[in-house]
Design a protein around this ligand. Sequence first.
Ligand SMILES: Cc1cc2nc3c(=O)[nH]c(=O)nc-3n(C[C@H](O)[C@H](O)[C@H](O)COP(=O)(O)OP(=O)(O)OC[C@H]3O[C@@H](n4cnc5c(N)ncnc54)[C@H](O)[C@@H]3O)c2cc1C
Length: 238
Amino acid sequence: MQIYWTKINRIIEETAEVKTYLLDCPEDFIWEEGSHTHFALEGFNAGDKPNRSLIRHMSISTLPHENLIGITTRIRENCSEFKAILRNLEVGNEVAIFKTHSNVPLKRENKNVYLLSSGVGLATFRPLVLDYFERADNVNQIHSLNIDSSKDFLFTNIFKSAPDKNFTSQFVDNRKDYYEEVKNLATDKDGLFYIVGSDEFLVQNIEVLYEQGIKPEQIMLDKHEKALPDFLSIVETL
Ligand SMILES: Cc1cc2nc3c(=O)[nH]c(=O)nc-3n(C[C@H](O)[C@H](O)[C@H](O)COP(=O)(O)OP(=O)(O)OC[C@H]3O[C@@H](n4cnc5c(N)ncnc54)[C@H](O)[C@@H]3O)c2cc1C
């Protein structure tokens, strides 16, 4: 396994609680849209075993041609040791990334794509949407629906409806509106539904989609291939 040590190049305050850490891109580091990586802080591999409290899975919120690796995360006042250390890091500090993989690349199957996310889950979808804007081949349209109770919606410069690009972006701040809209979107019985958020959020969305007749093979989750069937079939029996 190759560990890439790299430096923080820039820190963007997206909202009061959400920051994007833009990391220098090591020369041979490659990724595709929808990728997540292991993001680790100094000292994580100092002992015999990796120190898990210094490692988190994080999606990469940028595309390779942006030349920086974006990590977008919410840091609340009351946070984990990991986030407390991260909050104090500055431009020039070193972090590590390793084991990078995409479970949710953009499927180009001439279908309508629905991106359902909660909070910073939108970060996973940012590169998918940028990839679509650059090349819309074999994607009918994209519709993003994001719920964020903070009302501080993310990436609004990219996630804004563009009818000429067949792109729709919706932000809601409460569950009632959110699940009503999911039901609406699920009237498209042939769509592809990507979901990113907590496991509880995934379960609730899958339940609603199943109730509307959406099939497991139409649902894309940011889960390892091995975990996917278990996850979808557990929910199927609910
Ligand atoms: C494939 C994948 C991709 C992911 N991508 C992203 C991503 O792009 N961005 C992202 O932010 N996350 C992402 N995650 C989730 C990420 O790995 C973390 O689990 C998540 O950010 C929570 O971080 P944390 O555990 O450091 O807790 P925090 O975010 O600090 O806290 C989580 C909750 O626990 C509470 N809490 C934590 N520690 C304490 C404490 N000591 N005392 C009291 N309360 C506490 C907090 O108040 C908060 O409500 C991803 C996960 C996976 C599996």
